[in-house]
Structure formats: C-alpha cells, structure tokens
Write a new protein. Structure first.
Length: 650
C-alpha cells in the first residue's frame, strides 16, 4: 500500500517500500517467507477480530513486539544485505532473521512484565541486552528498506538523548544515559512501538492485504478496461484512460511505483500509438500514479498515521482529502485533453474500446468489494476491519470465474506479496520510531515548534514556504511516510498554533512531501515511468513537474481556505470548488496554449490567462472578479481575432 506503503522506488535510491528482492532467490527462503507471512497475517487477524485462537490474545505491547519480530525477520529475508548480489549473503540474512524472531518473541512474552514492573526505567540485564539487539536490528532493517539517508536520520535523532544536554538554545533537551536511551526506545511506548507501529498493527496491515488481493485477482485489469470503455474513444483517449485508470487503481492499492509498473506497460504504449511523445506519456502515468496516493478511500499509509496524530477517525481524513484529489485529476484531464486538441490527436477507434456494460458485468466483484469497503469504512465506522471484509468479499466473488479464481500458485504469490510489503513497511516505521522517540523524550519537538513560531513572527506565509521547501527536500531522501512523520512532529504544531486548520496543515506537509516523486532531480515516479516508456528520465521528470503543477498550488489554497477540505458551510464549499475548478482550467489552458471554443492562443494571451486563473484562486471576492474579467477579456479578444481571420479566409 503506501505512500509508500507498499512498492516505491527504483534501485537508484534504495527501494523503500517498493521493490523488495524476490524471495525466490532461494527456495528455502521462499518457503520460510510464506510461513512467517502466514503467521504474521494470522496474528493480525486474531488481534483485530479478538478471535483468541488457541487461547492466544496478547496484550497491546506484546502484539507489537511479535509483529516487529516476524516482519523484521521477513525484511531481512526479502531485502538482502547487498541488492547487487542477493544470494551471496543469504546465511547472514537468515542469522539476522532468527535474531529478530528471538528478540521480538522474548519481548512479546514479557510484555506484561515490561508494563507492570516498569522496565522502561529499571529493567533486568536480559531485557537490556534484548533491547540493544533489537535497536541494532531495526537500524539494519531501515538501511535495507529506506536507504542510507533514512538510516542516518534514525541514528542522528535516535541517539539525540545522549547529547541533547550539550546542544544550544531550543535544541537543548533532557539528557539520557546509554542504557536509559535503549530502554526508552524499546521498552517505552513512544519510540519503536509508538504511533507509527501502532497504526501499522491496527489499520495498515488490512489495507495492504486488500491492495495485494486486488492485484492478485486481476482488479487492475478491470479498472483499466473500465477507464478505456468510458474514455478510450474520446480525443486523446488513451491519456485520459491512464489518468482515470491509474487514479482508481492507485487509490485502492495506495502505492505509486507498483501502480506505474502495473498500468504503465498497457497505458504508455497506447498513448504513444495515438501520437503522444514518450516523455509526455511517461509523465502522464507518473502524475496519475502519484496523485493516486492522495485519492481516497485508501490513500496511503501516511493517511492512517495522520489520523492517529490528529486524534480523528480515518474517515475524517478521507472526507477532507477527496476534493483536492479530484481537483488534481480534473487538472490532469484538462491538460491531456488540451494537449490532444492543440496537436490534433484522436482517441482509439470504437472497435478497440470495450463496451461499457460487458466490462461492468465482468468486474462486478471489484465494484462490490469496493462498495463493501466504503460502507464498512464510512457507514459502520469500522475502519480497521473494513479492508478484511472487502478482501474476503473480493476473494469469494472472483472465485466464480476461472481467470480470477485463487489457485494455489496465485495464493502463494499473494502471500509473498503481502509479506514483503508489510515487512518493508515495518522496517521503515520501526526506524522512524527511533526518530520520534529521540525528539519526544528530550522535549525538543515542542521547543522547535515554539521557536519556529517565534522566528516567523506570526507570518503564516513565511512558515508555509519554509514548510513546503523542507517537506520537498526531505521527500527526496525519505519515504513520504517518514518525511510526514518527521515534520508532523516538528512543523505541523507550529502551523496549527499559528491559527491554521489542523487537517489542512498536515495535508499541506503530505502534499509537498509527495512532490519529490515527480520533480527532478529525484522524481522516482517519473524515472520509473521513463524506464517503462523508454524515454529520457530528466525530460520526463520536467514534463511530469509541469503536468503536476496543481499539486504545488492546491496545498496553499486549502490551507488558507479550508472550504476545499470540507470545512465550512455548503455554500462556501460549493463556491470555492467552482472557483478553484475555473482557476485550474485557466492555468492549464495557459500551460497548454489552448482555450475551449477559441483554439490556440498566443504567448501574451497565455500569460494573461494564467494571471487571471491565479487571481481567481486568491480567496478574496475582488481578486476573483478581476481574474474573471481578465479571462473574459482574453477570450473575447481571441474570439474576435479568430472570427476576423475566418472572415478574411472566407
């Protein structure tokens, strides 16, 4: 799932949550991965539904230690020591996996002792040794799953309690001894088993399972066919299919890179066939897949963490995120349509697009499971259980067709996919737990927010710009979840104290952290799509950045005007949606040099149209009216010029 929740990143930057090495590199390891994965999933289901299998129902902290032990072991087995030589050090991977199982199992077995006897402050020698070993294992796990930058961050802030007393100014914090730091990180409840790991255990595992089941039962093929049936024949149809199909599929799987690798091989060649360049086609796929992680109902891992940090239900985050995500996809559709209109590109012949009703008839299992997911999630408010019910419905419903039925081979592949995705996620978030613990135990997090607020002098624009730049830079080297968690502790409290809407502030950080996916020099999504299209990575990245420009603007809009995140009266919400839609249309028209009913426009008109769109965005009546007047004037002038040219030609 994602943000990174399940499959992100080419090997160029240590594939965080995305492309774990295939455990089939060794048959024995493959079997072990399936067994451990089955145990881990069974443990999660047992805990979520209170099944008390064999009389086993561990305490909350014990459950987390067991999960960490199992899935950290899986991370060592599926993310080898050296990606270039995955089979060479398999014995070392096995040794680390055994160590993870032993430490996690021992700590889980003594979960009640940890709480009742206060081991966080005074633990026996064996507990200290186990805690120290687990920290070393977590650091190696985060190196494999998150890369060197995330490892450095975990070490820097994880060891912060050791030297916090020597830091100047607001960086000063409470100092801990080495053994005190180890105990706090492992035996305390704010670090390794803190909020991120609690969110994984309670919510994310179910949605990872749902996304994997969707792909295993060929749900991705259905959603691409559905998009093709609806939009394939229209002007520039294949590009619209890519936008719609990737948006729907990604919103359910919550993964950026896996979405590109799943839908890109179908959508990109079709786009090129009707006239889109390789760079542009790859950029469209990259933007559509990136935006999917922001699209409800599933979004990515980070949305679940956000709900926990804000202390609200996940459905509240879903409701707040829906309008900005839809506006982003509207902007993409505007751009690909105008691009096609300006260059005279057509859609696919009707004979090559499937009829809508047969597609819907064939895909009813996925629509039914999606309906179950939304009903249980939003209607019954059973957020943690909704993906399990939806996955079960999907498995049963797809069993009626031979093509989608869960065979033994598909079941094995599904189990390995679930195991590797959760393993990479647990490895990263356990490391992020060290960062949270280091900042929380020393008290630096609160001091940093207060100091930032003081330096900004109440200037929210300055804080937002600084936050955007910081989120973007950190997003280059971290997974989006890691970037968000880090800044939600340091930056978000200052934005909220400055008077900004809490949900809008957290979404602002999330959006800007996501932008590194489509912005050079990193642009993981663009590079992945370029590999599929055979295009130049940097050119694709710049195309993707231009196509994704609404993602740069939308966060500032909903931070200053929360009506876009459904905070306000219905009149305010409808008014702001309408004005933002008009503004996005104007800005995309300026980018593409095409206005509906007018046609091509020149450079001066494009600049004026873009300025008019920006003025409409500003949440002030006067500026919106001026912007509307500019758009009307540009349209009138260009329409008049076009009419005179037509008359002269006639």
């Amino acid at each position: 799932m994602a943000s990174e929740s399940s499959k992100e990143g080419p090997a160029a930057i240590a594939p965080p949550l995305d492309k774990p090495v295939d455990p089939s590199r060794h048959v024995a390891i493959r079997i072990i991965v399936m067994v451990l994965g089955a145990i881990g999933v069974a443990l999660a289901v047992n805990q979520q539904f209170l099944l008390n299998i064999f009389g086993f129902q561990p305490l909350g902290n014990a459950y987390l230690y067991y999960l960490i032990g199992i899935f950290l072991a899986l991370a060592f087995l599926t993310l080898p020591l050296s990606p270039k030589q995955p089979a060479r050090f398999w014995w070392f991977d096995m040794a680390l996996a055994i160590a993870a199982l032993v430490t996690g199992g021992w700590l889980g077995f003594h979960g009640l002792d940890i709480i009742q006897r206060g081991w966080e402050y005074d633990a026996p020698l064996t507990a200290d040794v186990m805690a120290a070993i687990l920290i070393l294992l977590v650091l190696e796990g985060v190196r494999r799953a998150g890369g060197p930058i995330l490892l450095f961050t975990a070490i820097l802030f994880g060891t912060y309690p050791l030297y916090a007393d020597y830091m100047p100014g607001f960086l000063w914090g409470t100092e801990y001894s080495l053994i005190g730091t180890i105990r706090a990180h492992v035996l305390g409840v704010e670090a390794i088993i803190g909020i991120p790991m609690q969110v994984v255990a309670e919510l994310v595992i179910g949605f990872v399972i749902f996304g994997s089941v969707l792909v295993a039962t060929k749900g991705s093929e259905f959603f691409m066919e559905l998009a093709s049936a609806l939009l394939g024949h229209s002007r520039g149809g294949p590009a619209k299919v890519a936008v719609m199909g990737s948006g729907i599929l990604g919103s359910l799987s919550g993964s950026v890179i896996s979405n590109i690798l799943t839908s890109g091989p179908f959508s990109i060649p079709t786009m090129r066939r009707v006239g889109y360049s390789a760079n542009y086609a790859a950029a469209i796929e990259a933007c559509a897949s990136t935006g999917a992680t922001l699209m409800p109902p599933v979004m990515g891992t980070v949305a679940f963490v956000m709900a926990s940090f804000l202390g609200v239900q996940y459905s509240t985050i879903v409701i707040a995120a829906i309008i900005p995500a839809l506006l982003f996809y509207a902007a993409l559709l505007f751009q690909v349509d105008m691009y096609a209109a300006r260059r005279g590109l057509e859609g696919l012949p009707r004979s090559e697009t499937p009829p809508i009703w047969p597609v819907l008839k064939k895909g009813w299992p996925y629509l039914l499971s999606l309906a179950v997911l939304i009903f249980v999630l939003m209607g019954l408010r059973m957020e943690a259980r909704s993906p399990y019910y939806a996955s079960l419905v999907m498995l049963v419903a797809t069993s009626f067709r031979k093509e989608t039925r869960m065979t033994l081979g598909r079941a094995k592949a599904l189990l390995i996919d679930i195991s590797t995705n959760i393993a990479a996620l647990v490895a990263v978030l356990a490391g992020i737990g060290l960062v949270i613990g280091g900042l929380s135990y020393t008290g630096v997090a609160g001091a940093f927010s207060r100091e930032l607020l003081l330096y900004a002098g109440g200037n929210t624009a300055l804080m937002l710009i600084a936050g955007a730049v910081t989120s973007f830079v950190l997003g280059m080297g971290m997974t989006v979840t890691a970037c968000y968690i880090f800044l939600s502790i340091l930056l978000a409290p200052a934005l909220v104290q400055a008077g900004l809407n809490p949900i809008a502030s957290h979404l602002f950080i999330l959006y800007w952290g996501m932008l590194s996916y489509i912005t050079p020099p990193v642009a993981l999504a663009a590079i992945t799509a370029a590999n599929v299209a055979g295009s130049k990575p940097m050119q694709t990245g710049f195309h993707a950045m231009r196509l994704g420009m609404p993602l740069f603007v939308l966060p500032f809009i909903f931070v200053y005007d929360p009506a876009l995140i459904m905070h306000g009266t219905w009149l305010e919400i409808v008014e702001r949606i309408a004005l933002t839609l008009v503004a996005i249309w104007a800005i995309t028209s300026a980018f593409e040099g095409w206005v509906y009913r007018v046609g091509k426009i020149g450079a001066v008109s494009r600049v004026a149209f873009g300025i008019g769109g920006i003025l409409i965005i500003v949440p002030e009546l006067l500026t919106s009216l001026i912007g509307g007047g500019v758009l009307a004037a540009v349209i009138a002038i260009n329409y008049g010029i076009g009419w005179r040219k037509s008359a002269a030609q006639a």
